[in-house]
Design a protein around this ligand. Structure first.
Ligand SMILES: Nc1ncnc2c1ncn2[C@@H]1O[C@H](COP(=O)(O)OP(=O)(O)OP(=O)(O)O)[C@@H](O)[C@H]1O
Ligand SMILES: [Mg+2]
Length: 317
């Protein structure tokens, strides 16, 4: 796979504040890289530097062999960028805006019609084609922003919270679109939605206070969760004590959490020590002690748990 994007020691300082601190990574064609991090971590600032909209204090980004500092215009032809909040020309209609973007990107003649129609089709913009952008709902503004980002079929997509404000159907559709496009492109998306990382990302980078604190596949991140390989059990409340007694001292079990006490059945989570596979042992022990359960399944780890672990305090890996 070809390296499409090579980020080298990107740093941004505002006065005494370092908001992006020496971030390096590369992205290959076919990858969808999720950019995660708390509010203010530096995700949007990093994206603005990669796309040439903000000069770095130091470091650079190499985009398809072009240096963003030395060749910002070449870089802009290779990148499709959806900025945070998608600032758009509010007085233009969707049609005029897409036509204007096509013009500035140098797409002419029949190619222009094709590019606009393709983007309108992919983002389902027919019904707002002749509407002024300023009067569009938040979700439609986002979709117009995405349409302008993909119109010139760029090699690299940098999408800052692409599904923010979209309804569940559109979220699904945009994720599908990202997945399809990623086959021959490199895609970087920032998101606060951890389910999005699972749904579309092949890799995730976590940024905290301007620094890269994790770079792994979503599955590897999930494995760092205390809930990785945990066994969830649902059973009537009155059998909790029997379950606790049955599992007491069982090898590989670190602790037992009791969840949603107020629902009709109790949810008990058996946390293994160091991700050990304990489901068979748990199952067997419950059968031996005749503790009947309604449901029993293995958890795969929780990204939100890992995200908190990595980004709160100095607990950095
Ligand atoms: N022009 C500026 N002057 C001073 N500080 C700035 C400037 N622009 C951004 N910052 C600061 O840089 C930090 C990083 O902001 P950035 O927008 O990159 O965060 P983010 O990770 O995208 O957050 P969010 O999840 O809220 O979108 C923030 O603390 C922000 O206040
Ligand atoms: Mg941001």
């Amino acid at each position: 796979m070809a390296t499409m994007l090579d980020i080298r020691n990107l740093t941004k300082k505002y006065g005494p504040f370092t908001v992006v601190d020496d971030i390096s990574f590369s992205v290959e064609s076919g990858e969808v890289l999720g950019f995660l991090g708390p509010n203010g971590a530096g995700k949007s600032t990093t994206m603005k530097m990669i796309t040439g909209f903000l000069p770095p204090t130091s470091g650079t980004a190499i985009v398809c062999d072009s240096d963003v500092i030395q060749n910002p215009l070449t870089v802009k032809t290779r990148i499709g960028y959806l900025p945070e909040g998608a600032p758009l020309y509010e007085d233009m209609t969707t049609a005029a805006l897409l036509s204007f973007v096509a013009e500035t990107r140098g797409i002419r003649g029949s190619d222009r019609r094709q590019a606009i129609d393709g983007a309108v089709d992919k983002l389902e913009l027919d019904e707002v084609y002749n509407q002024r952008v300023g009067t569009l709902s938040k979700g439609f503004k986002r979709r117009v922003g995405l349409a302008q980002a993909i119109m010139h079929d760029p090699d690299i997509l940098i999408l800052d919270e692409p599904t923010d404000g979209l309804d569940p159907n559109q979220k699904h559709q945009v994720r599908e679109l990202i997945r399809q496009m990623s086959e021959e492109k490199a895609v970087v998306i920032s998101t606060h939605l951890l389910e999005e990382v699972d749904a579309v990302c092949t890799r995730a980078i976590v940024i905290s206070r301007g620094r890269k604190v994790a770079d792994a596949t979503p599955a590897d991140l999930e494995r760092r969760s205390a809930y990785w390989n945990a066994v969830s059990v649902r059973l009537p409340h009155e059998r909790i004590a029997a379950l606790q007694g049955a599992l007491d001292g069982l090898e590989g079990v670190e602790r037992i959490e009791i969840d949603d006490k107020r629902s009709a059945s109790a949810h008990v989570i058996v946390i293994p020590s160091q991700g050990a596979a304990v489901v068979d042992a748990v199952n067997q022990r419950l059968k031996e002690r005749e503790v009947a359960v309604d449901q029993l399944y293995v958890e795969r780890g929780r990204l939100d748990d890992v995200f908190r672990q990595i980004t709160i305090g100095e607990n950095v890996q």
